[in-house]
Design a protein around this ligand. Structure first.
Ligand SMILES: [Ca+2]
Ligand SMILES: [Ca+2]
Ligand SMILES: [Ca+2]
Length: 226
């Protein structure tokens, strides 16, 4: 008697589940790779932005003012003391308009550097700071996480909202949607910003900054300061 060569319903169901699992695995790996490549590209963009800011200072003896109206051009009457964060003036700097998620970059200047020429001697007044998340209760607390102060004397900060993107209902930059208290720290217009490694669905903001010492080093090398 010939054996039935067809598949039973159970075999078909098992094969379907197996194909589904394999497809999900491949899809997950693909999405992870896409996500990583967007992170890498935005990190590269931020490094170029920092170089562009330094180049702008060397040429103009000042940093570009923040862009208030999201047209890419700096606004020379921007009030850094009151308005705090603006859009990055990408057209003024001659750089790409958006991060790799298609969202604008945001830009915060120390108010002493928002008044025109670089102060002489260079100084900071608002003491912007960048902090990093750690899990150690000896440090100060932000929400459920802890941080330590990693950098102060920051002159300029550029922020990409990262994978979480922007909230279209917000009107005052930075327009980032926030995943956590630590991301909320980056849009509250005070002097503290959080920078951290990528944590899925918790922290995906990408930041770069210019410190006073970095800027001084470049100005001395360019012969703009002795
Ligand atoms: Ca503008
Ligand atoms: Ca803050
Ligand atoms: Ca984010």
């Amino acid at each position: 008697m010939l054996k039935n060569q067809g598949f039973t319903l159970v075999e078909v169901a098992m094969a379907t589940v197996l194909v589904g699992i394999l497809t999900m695995g491949v899809l997950e790996i693909f999405l992870l790779q896409v996500g990583q490549s967007k992170l890498d590209k935005t990190t590269e963009q931020l490094q170029k932005i920092r170089n562009a800011l330094i180049g702008f200072v060397i040429i103009n003896n000042r940093l570009p003012y923040p862009d208030r109206d999201n047209d890419g051009e700096e606004n020379n009457n921007f009030d850094c003391d009151m308005e705090k964060d603006g859009w990055l003036p990408w057209a003024t700097l001659g750089i790409e308009r958006t991060d790799s998620w298609g969202n604008p970059f945001f830009y915060r200047l120390d108010k002493a550097y928002c008044l025109g020429n670089i102060p002489n001697p260079p100084n900071t007044s608002s003491n912007l700071e960048i902090v990093k998340i750690v899990n150690n209760t000896t440090y100060s607390q932000v929400g459920t996480d802890y941080y330590y102060k990693s950098n102060s004397r920051i002159i300029a900060i550029v922020l990409s909202c990262g994978q979480s993107g922007i909230d279209q209902t917000k009107t005052r930059p930075p327009l980032c949607k926030t995943n956590s208290d630590n991301e909320a720290e980056n849009i509250d217009h005070d002097r503290r910003y959080v920078n951290n490694n990528f944590i899925e669905r918790r922290f995906d903001d990408r930041l770069i900054w210019l410190s006073k010492t970095t800027l001084l080093n470049h100005l001395v090398k360019a012969g703009r300061l002795e």
